[in-house]
Design a binder for this molecule. Structure first.
Ligand code: G4P
Length: 546
């Protein structure tokens, strides 16, 4: 351990902003960049709205990914801290991509719409945070609109998200009468000029809550209500305990309006104070601490064909320990070979720069010609497999039918590369090497077809299959496994790592199978058993098959 790296680790904050689509994730991201001084005028961050509108628009933007890829990670310095914001896709069909990104962050800010409260995607994302005990801060947005009452929202958060909450700010006024937020810990209300987008014109200096300026701007009635409600709230809710927040049990809650710049600075200031810097990463072999001198990192995201002229891909790597150095030779654990990265990039606000070194918590983009896959670990020679980048059981399955036999090779390559990117999962079924693609959302199928045509010149049909889920399975009883494999052959395929999956026609069928073959265990993610295969070079469940 050496001093330089410890300081670099301490000042880093790597996090993601997550929300149900439309709650205001993009707007809040942009405003954090604005208050952080990374951009100077609102409107500079590429709008991701297109991702949740029509498929054709989505595909169009995907085509132009050379520009939008930079928003995958945005870094900036703020008051001596290095902030890394990881972008997550807005569309629910890309939830899996979001889940994977969440493995690469140390904390999250969850945005909730004040009128809608907790929504479907809010619940799901929170489940993923809970799985990993990720510290969560909550921003209740759109207080400038008619919405639910703060007490109702806090109760809903606790009940629906199963997390204790502590309000840090409180809305002064609501809807069209929303004037700002009262900072419970600082006992003041920061006022903003909503129509200004330039940071220097944005803030109005105010003292504590007794400042007469506040009476003029906010009004006595609203001020009295704030006092009453916050007195009540501090009695009702847990006092803030940092350790509970860091363990993922307690979420500080902020109110505001990202669109009107209100309540955002309070989030940023608290965030740099309490959000965790990079902590240990779990690998299947051991716990890796960030201040270990040797570099380790893993790939959690891949963007293919960023530049259509060059057919290259960019892999996003999270640094877990040590210092990453450009041009140094590293060990690619899965391929058991050495690798050198000469064009590592970091992303400052919305521009991309070549970087020579990166520290734990940083996310760097490295160009790749096909040797990197999601979940790959890089080290200085140690055999490590980082946990937490699983594939999830797909719920929609379609068979790839080639429409142009002369383009078979292009189709094979395209399907392989697009599935390496994590866009969907590929399963092979015998006899005939049938290719079956599994996704969690419909939109991925359209994207795959479109990209196969436009990037690989291959055309195909994606024939729907009557399955509701693909589940990985393992079994320690060779006789039972053999019987299962032969009786259910038509429902069994193999993933890219040659692990078997079972295609279920209904939930009811899964239940029957479980009763009939009690020794067969089904897995909703690939991670629970995958490591044995990685370490042995072959797959466990089939080792016993005669
Ligand atoms: P997302 O990334 O979570 O999907 O949400 P995004 O920030 O794109 O915001 C969704 C919509 O909500 C946008 O309106 C945005 O302007 C609006 N919005 C965000 N924050 C606030 C807020 O604090 N108050 C109010 N009133 N609205 C807010 P849109 O009509 O879909 O798009 P646009 O034309 O305004 O860009």
């Amino acid at each position: 351990m050496f001093v330089g790296i410890t300081d670099e680790i301490k000042r880093r904050r790597t996090f993601a902003i997550i929300s149900h689509p439309d709650a205001g994730k993009t707007t809040l991201t942009e405003k954090l960049l604005l208050f952080g001084g990374a951009i100077h005028v609102a409107g500079a961050v590429k709008n991701n709205k297109i991702r949740k509108t029509a498929t054709s628009d989505f595909l169009e933007i995907e085509k132009q990914r050379g520009i939008s890829v930079t928003t995958s990670v945005m870094s900036f310095d703020y008051k001596g801290n290095k902030i890394n914001i990881l972008d997550t896709p807005g569309h629910k069909d890309f939830a899996e991509d979001t889940y994977r990104t969440l493995t690469a962050v140390d904390s999250v800010i969850l945005v909730v719409d004040s009128a809608k409260g907790v929504e479907e995607q809010t619940r799901r994302l929170m489940e993923v945070c809970r799985m990993r005990s990720t510290p969560v801060m909550i921003f209740i947005n759109k207080m400038d609109r008619k919405g639910k009452e703060p007490f109702e929202l806090l109760e809903e958060l606790e009940k629906e998200l199963n997390i204790a909450v502590t309000p840090f700010t409180w809305p002064a006024g609501r809807g069209s009468n929303f004037k700002g937020v009262y900072n419970i810990f600082k006992n003041n209300i920061q006022l903003y000029t909503p129509e200004k987008s330039n940071l220097s014109e944005l803030l109005m200096e105010t003292g504590d809550i007794s400042d007469p300026v506040l009476k003029d701007y906010v009004g006595q009635e609203i001020l009295s209500r704030v006092r009453e409600e916050t007195d009540l709230a501090t009695g009702l809710y847990e006092s803030f305990q940092k350790n509970l927040y860091l363990e993922g049990y307690l979420a500080p809650v902020f109110f505001g309006s990202a669109l009107n710049n209100t309540g955002v600075l309070e989030v940023l200031e608290t965030f740099i104070e309490i959000a965790p810097s990079p902590t240990r990463s779990e690998s299947h072999e051991r716990i890796v601490k960030p201040d270990e001198p040797d570099f380790t990192g893993y790939i959690f995201k891949i963007h293919a064909n960023i530049d259509p002229r060059h057919r290259n891909r960019m892999a996003f790597m999270r640094v877990c320990s040590g210092v990453f150095e450009r041009n140094k030779i590293y060990y690619h654990v899965r391929l058991n070979r050495k690798m050198r990265f000469s064009s590592s990039a970091a992303f400052i606000a919305n521009t991309k720069n070549t970087i020579d070194e990166a520290f734990p918590g940083d996310v760097i983009g490295v160009y790749d010609t096909g040797s990197l896959k999601i979940g790959d670990t890089l080290t200085e020679g140690e055999v490590l497999h980082f946990k937490g980048v699983p594939n999830f059981a797909p719920e929609l399955l379609r068979e790839v039918i080639n429409r142009d036999p002369s383009k078979r090779k292009q189709l094979e390559k395209g399907v392989r590369q697009l599935t390496d990117e994590g866009l969907a999962q590929l399963f092979l079924q015998q006899p005939g090497n049938r290719k079956i693609i599994g996704t969690v959302g419909e939109l991925q199928f359209d994207v795959i077809k479109f990209r196969l045509e436009h990037e690989y010149g291959a055309s195909c049909d994606l024939k729907p299959l009557p399955f509701v889920r693909a589940l990985w399975f393992t079994c320690d009883e060779p006789v039972e496994l053999n019987e299962f494999l032969s009786r259910k052959a038509g429902f069994i395929a193999y993933d890219k790592e040659n692990a078997p999956v079972f295609f279920a026609e209904s939930e009811w069928m899964i239940k029957i199978i479980r009763d009939t073959y009690p020794s067969v265990s089904f897995h909703k993610t690939s991670e629970s058993f995958r490591i044995t295969e990685n370490m042995n070079g072959k797959h466990t469940p089939l080792q016993n098959v005669q």
